[in-house]
Design a protein around this ligand. Structure first.
Ligand code: ASP
Length: 583
């Protein structure tokens, strides 16, 4: 007798005997027979209980999620009752022997449906949620993605090296998770925000080509596409140019998509940061549709419209966006759209409907036919479309127009949900302004090398300095970043100095690393890609929870285990910690 999986039996197995183990997916009583769909990770098989068989009486009491072992005869389903949607749909198993391996309580939600149950319940009863076919499929795809990545890098002679979790902080711009040391009172390990410094040290150690499926932990406020701990495909290479890193990572994604999804990806377009912000208002553009933004400043030269006039005079921007078929919107719908724009940060929005019966606009007195036709030409709009105009300081106008571009792309159903539009963004500014502190911080991390000819700017105009920093973007999501690194300690010190760190701080935090650079560090560069996001997009999902086995909530809690939780007094004492004062 062979044990088969619940997805294995086919018409050609008819006439043989089989043993199946699995969960009761669904039970139906029909004309004296009891039908059960038995489920495991591999699929569903219909098993049939006949009143003539001794197991029938027990089968009458089976409930969803009970765990069974059955033995029986495989037979073809009667003509007309086959289920073409099911891989095993041509056959059924006539049960001769039933063993109930375990009973299940009534589950708090239905396990046998495709739609997601209530989010809180899913996370609390994650073991049941993970039984759902959708989750089993997603986690299996994720496994295949990671396997393909490892194979790709193995074929290219990379070595996977595990780096420790208990380390000294590696800055990636987030807050560290800290672990108190029992042996050294008052000291803490930091959990890695990434293995950045350690992978660079692997280059200094001569490994040349490193990769790791690495866990990273960052204690920051969460958003829908972030988790406090996540997994990266982490890569580092010695003696490489930026082009070689890009080629390697792009080839890896092409390999993964082909092997896991059977999709041939086209070469990824490459754009500079300045270009994407200008065209799409963001550094992570969704290229599943066009709708490029265009400046309309010069179109309104000499305008009397105060909103535009003051923006032009103060060096701001008027940014135009096309709304395909938008002319048919009612005034009320345009008002609602304006509210959406405001919620996304716009000061206001001017709309222009290019209707068959002439032009209508929220700034009717100031937008003339000549203005509209020139803007329409620039954004590629036609009769029947609408134009949306955003006026503000340049960065703000572009950012809002970029968000509205995404919104219009969604509304106009322009993006194909099954399409994968990858791209590269290069030449990022070295510095950006930290939202919380208002201080300049590295746009990537402080180990990034400025671009060719950019070092001189460190004295005169550091804000204008560009970095050898690149991002891979897919469908509006940043999949990951990388850079060519600084490999000389003087330069590394110069960057720390520019960031306002004192000599003592540098020595305390990075002394070991600067010393390592001094022992023949080779030129090197690399990148990391977020595996959770990659898996999410490859599975066609919109939430990271769908591809992470045990995710945390938006407020960083594990609802199944109940973490975080208070340690015992003994644990606290051993760690030289005092319990927090009672509120
Ligand atoms: N360590 C970087 C990150 O986690 C990636 C890299 O520069 O390789 O974003």
């Amino acid at each position: 007798m062979t044990r088969r999986s619940c997805g294995a039996l086919r018409a050609s197995d008819a006439g043989s005997s089989a043993e199946l183990c699995g969960w009761v997916h669904r039970r139906r009583d029909h004309g004296g027979l009891i039908f059960v769909d038995l489920r495991d990770r591999d699929g569903l098989t219909q098993i049939v209980f006949d009143p003539k068989n001794a197991s029938f009486a027990q089968a009458e009491h089976l409930r969803s999620e009970d765990v069974l072992r059955v033995v029986g005869a495989v037979r073809k389903r009667p003509a007309g009752t086959e289920n073409e949607k099911l891989a095993t749909g041509a056959v059924e198993l006539a049960v001769e022997e039933l063993e109930i391996l375990n009973r299940s309580q009534v589950p708090p939600f239905q396990v046998n449906v495709e739609e997601n149950p209530d989010e809180q319940l899913r996370l609390e009863y994650r073991y049941l949620d993970l039984r759902r076919q959708r989750m089993q499929r997603n986690l299996t795809v994720r496994h295949r993605i990671v396997k393909a990545m490892r194979d790709f890098f193995d074929e290219r002679d990379f070595v996977e090296i595990e780096t420790p979790l208990l380390i000294k902080g590696t800055p990636e711009g987030a807050r560290d998770y800290l672990v108190p040391s029992r042996l050294y009172p008052g000291t803490f390990y930091a959990l890695p925000q990434s293995p950045q410094i350690l992978k660079q040290i692997c280059m200094i150690s001569g490994f040349g080509r490193y990769m790791q499926i690495a866990r990273c932990m960052r204690d920051e406020d969460l958003r829908a596409d972030r988790q406090p701990e996540f997994t990266q495909l982490d890569v580092e290479m010695s003696f490489v140019t930026q082009d070689e890193v890009l080629e390697t990572m792009e080839s890896c994604m092409r390999y993964v998509w082909k092997r896991v999804l059977g999709i041939e990806l086209a070469p990824f377009p490459r754009m500079t940061f300045a270009e994407v912000v200008e065209k799409y208002g963001t550094d992570k553009p969704d290229l599943r549709f066009g709708l490029e933004l265009r400046s309309a400043n010069d179109v309104f030269d000499g305008t009397e419209f105060v909103v535009f006039k003051s923006v032009i005079e103060s060096g701001g921007a008027i940014v135009a966006l096309r709304y395909p078929d938008g002319a048919s919107l009612s005034r009320r719908e345009f008002d609602a759209l304006t509210e959406t724009a405001k919620a996304l940060g716009a000061k206001g929005m001017v709309w222009v409907a290019l209707g068959e019966d002439g032009l209508k606009s929220s700034a009717q007195r100031f937008v003339e036919e000549r203005h509209a036709s020139e803007i329409a030409r620039r954004v590629g709009a036609e009769r029947g479309d609408a134009l949306l105009l955003f006026a503000d300081a340049r960065d703000a106008a572009l950012a809002v127009a970029g968000k509205m571009r995404t919104e219009i792309g969604r509304r106009a159903a322009l993006r194909r949900d099954d399409a994968f539009a990858f791209c590269w963004v290069t030449e990022f500014p070295y510095l950006e302004i930290d939202e919380e502190t208002g201080k300049p911080v590295p746009a990537h991390h402080p180990f990034t090398e400025p671009g060719p000819g950019q070092w001189e700017l460190i004295e005169s105009d550091p804000r204008a300095m560009r970095a050898q920093h690149y991002d891979m973007v897919l469908n509006g999501y940043e999949l990951g970043s990388g850079s060519i690194r600084i490999h000389k300690s003087e330069m590394q010190r110069r960057i720390f100095d520019m960031l306002g760190m004192s000599k003592e701080q540098v020595e305390e935090q990075f002394g070991f690393f600067l010393r390592a650079l001094d022992y023949g560090a080779p030129p090197h560069g690399g990148m990391a890609l977020g595996i959770d996001r990659i898996a999410m997009l490859a599975c066609g999902e919109e939430n990271l929870h769908e591809v992470i086995a045990f995710p945390k909530t938006q407020t960083a809690r594990d609802l199944m285990m109940g973490a975080p939780s208070a340690p015992s007094e003994k644990q606290l004492r051993e760690l030289h910690l005092r319990p927090p004062p009672r509120a």
